[in-house]
Design a protein around this ligand. Structure first.
Ligand code: UDP
Length: 329
């Protein structure tokens, strides 16, 4: 049986495809290549198309024996979602509806979902656990929460079991050096800091230094992309074992401020990395740090690569060897 990975040519998707490949899984990938890269695929059979195209999805489900889906395909930029919420509802929410309807039609009843810490919004407690309130502060997080809720009702009505993985800040690159992070446009902190280190940007803009944190900049919980990928493989195995639906946070439990990330990047790269303080970015909570105890206990997840120096070193190796990323956009 094959695992269908939607958005498998994207950043976290491609690292998950690599992890599935390393475990000998049969892999089918659906990606519209809006953000994804063909070259990011270290295995699997790629179908280029969109989840909202019903005939296209019929072909994918008819031509393959799929028993589980890992669903990454979505737009994921906080800032953009505040300007273009309609794009996020259409691609993320409607795209997921199309996928779940097809899974139901073809009798596929297991889905692992790429969710986000942005579902919580401004946290009530630090670190955040899975029972905490979900009140997103941006449209991106709101659409991911809507997708989770849709899955809940497809479970109630049709018995489609889901495991939703709420990640904190994914960063870093595969150990092989063959794949890494390449978004267009890039908006994430770690790759932007490294682009500034390479001289591809004049400086890093720090979005706000007047938050209620020790140094005034936002605090995030950074997790290595290959540790995240491992959690998806474990979640598929858990669903295959007959698990009920569930939600897990994936983070490393330690927060770093924007200024601390820049400082560690200066140490790792040995470069100056000029920083300029700019106004806050809309929709950013001050602090997002995960409690991942539940994932460790119930999924048996054991992140081993997520010390921030290690994350930044692996990302730096990728940036130095591929300064233009995959070079296809
Ligand atoms: N950030 C920043 N400058 C940048 C990009 C990001 O100061 O050029 C900040 C951003 O405001 C947030 C943190 O870095 O506080 C992490 O942002 P990112 O977009 O990487 O991830 P998010 O937490 O939004 O998922």
């Amino acid at each position: 049986m094959a695992v269908l990975v939607t958005g498998g040519a994207g950043y976290i998707g491609s690292h998950t495809v690599a992890a599935l490949q390393e475990r000998g899984e049969e892999i089918v990938i659906v990606d519209n290549l809006q953000q994804g890269h063909k070259e990011a695929l270290l295995g699997g059979k790629l179908y280029v198309g969109d989840l909202r195209d019903s005939d296209f999805l019929d072909t994918v489900f008819k031509e393959n024996s799929i028993d589980a889906v890992i669903h990454f395909a979505a737009n994921s930029l906080v800032g953009e979602s505040m300007k273009l919420p309609g794009k996020y509802y259409h691609n993320n929410v409607y795209g997921t509806l199309c996928l779940l309807e097809k899974m139901n039609e073809y009798g596929v009843n297991k889905i692992v979902f790429s969710s986000t810490a942005a579902t919580y919004g401004e946290p009530e407690n630090v670190p955040i656990d899975e029972y905490d309130r979900t009140l997103p502060t941006n449209a991106y997080g709101e659409t991911k929460l809507a997708m989770e809720k849709m899955m809940k009702w497809f479970d109630v009505a049709h018995g489609i079991k889901y495991i939703s993985l709420r990640y904190f800040n994914a960063a870093g690159a595969h150990d092989s050096g063959k794949i890494g992070e390449d978004h267009n446009p890039e908006t994430h902190l770690v790759p932007i800091v490294l682009e500034a280190a390479l001289g591809k940007r004049p400086h890093i803009s720090v979005f706000g230094d007047d938050y209620a944190t020790e140094d005034g900049t936002c605090i995030r919980d950074y997790i290595h992309v290959s540790d995240l990928a491992d959690a998806h493989v474990l979640a598929v195995q858990k669903l295959r074992g007959g698990s009920e639906s569930s939600v897990y946070n994936l983070g490393n439990g330690h927060g770093f401020s924007v200024k601390q990330v820049i400082e560690i990047a200066r140490n790792v790269t040995g470069r100056e990395i000029p920083a300029v303080i700019e106004p806050r970015r809309a929709g950013d909570p001050a602090v997002l740090v995960a409690s991942s105890d539940r994932a460790r206990k119930e999924l048996g997840w054991n992140p081993t690569r997520s010390a921030l120096e290690n994350i930044i070193q692996s990302a730096w190796n990728w940036h130095v060897s591929r300064p233009d990323g995959y070079g296809d956009k």
